[in-house]
Design a protein. Sequence first.
Length: 309
Amino acid sequence: MFVFTTVWKVVSVAVLVLLAVPACGGSNGEDDGKAAPLRDPQPPFRVSTVTEDLVDASRSAEGLENRPLATTISYPGAAEGRFPLIVLAHGFMDHPRDFSGLATAWAEAGYVVAAPAFPLSNTDAPGGPSPADFPNQPGDVSFVIDEVVRLSQQDGHPLEDRIDSDRVGVAGHGLGVTTVLGATFNSCCHDDRIDAVIAMSGILIDLPGSYDFSATPMLMLYGAADEFIPPTTGPEIYARARPPKLLVTITNGTHYPPYLDEPDPADDTVIAATTDFWNVYLSGSSRSTDDLLDHATVDGITVLEHETS
């Protein structure tokens, strides 16, 4: 009887102690009566979005005294740690909202995605969109990198301590391809912080400087049925690039649906291949290049050419 009573008392005390200890995810030592939000330990992360009205007062656009760059930022909102930064450049007559699906997928995978609306080429540009300002857009990419990193160092901002400024990628669609390739490879506006680049159905337009294709990893995606881009464009840029490089031809792909928020048979492949590319060449995860090659090659959907070593 003594043994039983003693054991029962020990168990009872242990239960009371456990009940008195806050559960995991409780209030970090502060008795505020509220449980701290649950955190995602691994992808897919829950995504939060913030829009920042960034303004580059040091430069101007035609008809404007400065360069307004309203930037939509998608990030892992329920996760701890710092994440690589990706700047996503829209094309002519497009807008960051058109790429919300792609931006969300990358943020779910563990990336902070900053998508600026370029002052004169976006859909909502004053007086209507114009492509003429494209030589200034690579500078916008660098400015956005500066500003988003600055926000991550600002006390109380949603991005505080969320950016790994040593890992930066850029991606562009349409006219945005010239924008990001200029920022990565052209002497006019080269930004040596860029570690990897994705080019989606765009052309390479001459900029004031000269192109020098370094060994910065690049993934190119082009549609064989693109109504605006000649079918030779992807292979021509691929030929100039240096390894590691990958060229994904979307067999029946047109200019917009595989990338923008429109249903397309290649949607899953584009998301998988681009996310794998960031995982391999930007975040340095343990995922192998073989996974990327497998996901980029889908019978009836894509054809892959690559030099990854």
